[in-house]
Design a protein around this ligand. Structure first.
Ligand code: FAD
Ligand code: DLZ
Ligand code: SF4
Length: 509
């Protein structure tokens, strides 16, 4: 008597051998389904490099499983009868294989989880949706931590996670004598900074084929593919991790906030796409960084600063996402309505800092955190751009964009659209911040030193205009009290001139 197989689904960001839905797999009877579908490439118009990365990595992962004699049912994007959706392909595969049960791991995005739950409800075959446990904590454990707290703060969560995991702990005390070394992490780059090139992986023949297909099929999507150099397999992703640990982690902390015209990457790791699609595991990455510190290879401010991003921020934003979706996606606490200006797509603006961020996004599908937060994010906040449009932009332009990490970062951290759930105050800054942390202003058509007038840096007057416009929404925030008092001390004439300059600039957008 033949045994009905178990059908196991693996999504494009679930490329991990440790995946819950691959556990207990019986190679003799079970079938793994992987499906390339249009819907996942187009629900927002992802950067061409993101689509190519995911599809090339899916193909490499399938090959790896095949070489271990696991039966794979792999549906290509141009495969006959491809329905275009994950749910459609699951239904078709159920017809082909007549499984006894279907097992899948919960997807990272709310919309797909809802679609898969609806599929499970209507399915004649039992469907098990397992928790995705490739994280330090679960949505349920985060909700338990958050429950009863008036305010959620990343720093509190992070300390809780340090204690829970023992990472960078010496008994009950934080390694190095402090929880956070950010005060050491705001250095400017030296004048003659030599670009810190990250590793680049030459596309294999399969990746080339995917790139060609993406160029043809998604020709209207944002971004270029010439510079594609992402790792597409676990072996390559481990090489990228090793390269970062040996070359850049040492200086990661010191220059974490620095930006440079000749270097979009500085000493950042570029590991987010690999973490997000499952080629690297966050635990192994944090443990490797801790080992580098314990072995005396990197200082504590570097190891702690890096680990905090993954053990702290990455887990925290995922917790916030699952705690508040779906309503989180439409938050707009500051009632911002301005449409996204064209220069977010073309990079054609006299604002040198924004031009650099957009051009790097187009060429590399990458921007480091401070470019995202303090350049494009800060401008969107100050100019009152519509959060939904801004959020779509962030989902579109980066290779690492997945809603569970993008939404809280954009809506919460960059735009304060969640009204302060995630950040204790808006990350608003004038041109002085960008000037301090970069060399962009030196060659900008605007003058960062000028506060008003045609040549004045727009960030300067938009900053005060933002505070004037949103005064009533921000007044009760204790962290803004001093600033709002300073604003009140401005002569009427100055406030009027700021408002007029901002209006002229914004009307012109
Ligand atoms: P590094 O600076 O080397 O940091 C190491 C790792 O820490 C990253 O790979 C990433 O996994 C994690 N990390 C760092 N900062 C954050 C953060 N704020 N939230 C969550 N994880 C973090 N990150 C994404 O992975 N996907 C997104 O779609 C995304 N959208 C963002 C949108 C905005 C508006 C902002 C301000 C930030 C966004 N981030 C996003 C967070 C962060 O900017 C990127 O993770 C980081 O720039 C990726 O580059 P890296 O790997 O070189 O990071
Ligand atoms: C991002 C992406 C893309 C572009 N294409 C596919 C695909 O063809 N098949 C697939 O299984 N997954 C893809 N993904 C990843 C999914 O969008 C991701 O699994 C969901 O957004 C949930 O996080
Ligand atoms: Fe950006 Fe203003 Fe500096 Fe120009 S002067 S690069 S607009 S911060």
């Amino acid at each position: 008597m033949s045994v009905a197989p178990t059908l196991r689904l693996v999504l494009g960001d679930q490329l991990s051998r440790s995946l819950a839905s691959l556990r207990g797999l019986d190679p003799l009877h079970d079938v793994v389904l992987m499906a390339e579908v249009d819907d996942e490439a187009t629900y927002v118009q992802h950067h061409k490099q993101k689509i190519a990365l995911v599809l090339a990595a899916m193909r490499a992962f399938a090959e790896e499983l095949r070489s271990d004699r696991i039966q794979i049912d792999y549906v290509k994007l141009d495969g006959a009868g491809n329905s275009g959706s994950i749910v459609g392909e699951l239904g078709r595969a159920a017809e082909r294989h007549r499984p006894g049960r279907i097992i899948l791991t919960a997807p990272g995005e709310h919309r797909l989880l809802e679609a898969l739950k609806a599929f499970a409800e209507g399915s004649h075959v039992p469907v098990e949706i397992l928790d995705d446990d490739r994280f330090f904590t679960s949505p349920a454990a985060f909700a338990a931590w958050a429950g009863g707290r008036k305010m959620l703060r990343m720093e509190h969560f992070y300390r809780h996670m340090r204690r829970e995991t023992g990472i960078l702990m010496d008994g009950d005390a934080p390694a190095g004598g402090a929880w956070n070394f950010d005060a050491d992490n705001r250095k400017r780059l030296p004048k003659r900074h030599a670009p810190a090139r990250p590793p680049r992986f030459d596309p294999t023949a399969e990746t080339r084929a995917v790139l060609d297909m993406v160029e043809t099929r998604f020709s209207d999507h944002f971004g270029e593919t010439d510079a594609f150099g992402w790792a597409v397999s676990r072996t390559q992703a481990l090489e990228a991790l090793d390269f970062f640990l040996r070359n850049h982690l040492r200086t990661f902390g010191d220059y974490q906030d620095a930006m440079a015209s000749n270097d979009p990457f500085v000493f950042h790791s570029l590991l987010s796409p690999y973490l997000n699609i499952g080629l690297l595991d966050p635990k192994e990455v944090c443990e490797a960084a801790e080992t580098a510190f314990r072995d005396g290879l990197v200082p504590i401010n570097a190891a702690e600063g890096f680990i905090r991003q993954i053990l702290g921020w990455r887990e925290y934003v995922r917790g916030v996402y699952w705690l508040h979706m779906p309503e989180y996606g439409s938050r707009n606490a500051l009632n911002a309505k301005r449409p996204l200006p064209d220069f977010y797509w073309t990079g054609e603006t006299r604002m040198n800092c924004i031009a650099h961020a957009v051009k790097a996004a187009s060429k590399f599908a990458y921007g480091h955190h401070i470019q995202r937060l303090m350049v494009t994010g800060n401008f969107a906040l100050l100019a009152g751009l519509d959060p939904a449009e801004v959020s779509d932009w962030y989902m579109t332009v980066y290779a690492d964009a997945f809603e569970w990490v993008e939404h809280p970062n954009t809506l919460g951290m960059a735009l304060f659209a969640d009204g302060g759930l995630l950040a204790s105050k808006p990350y608003a800054a004038s041109g002085a911040y960008i000037n301090r942390m970069s060399d962009y202003c030196g060659t900008c058509a605007y003058s960062q030193r000028e506060k008003l007038g045609e040549d004045a840096c727009p960030f300067n007057y938009l900053y005060w205009d933002f505070l004037m416009r949103n005064r009533s929404a921000l007044e009760s925030n204790p962290r803004l009290r001093m600033l709002l008092r300073t604003l009140s001390g401005f002569p009427d004439e100055r406030r009027k001139a700021i408002g007029a300059a901002a209006k002229t600039f914004l009307d012109d957008l």
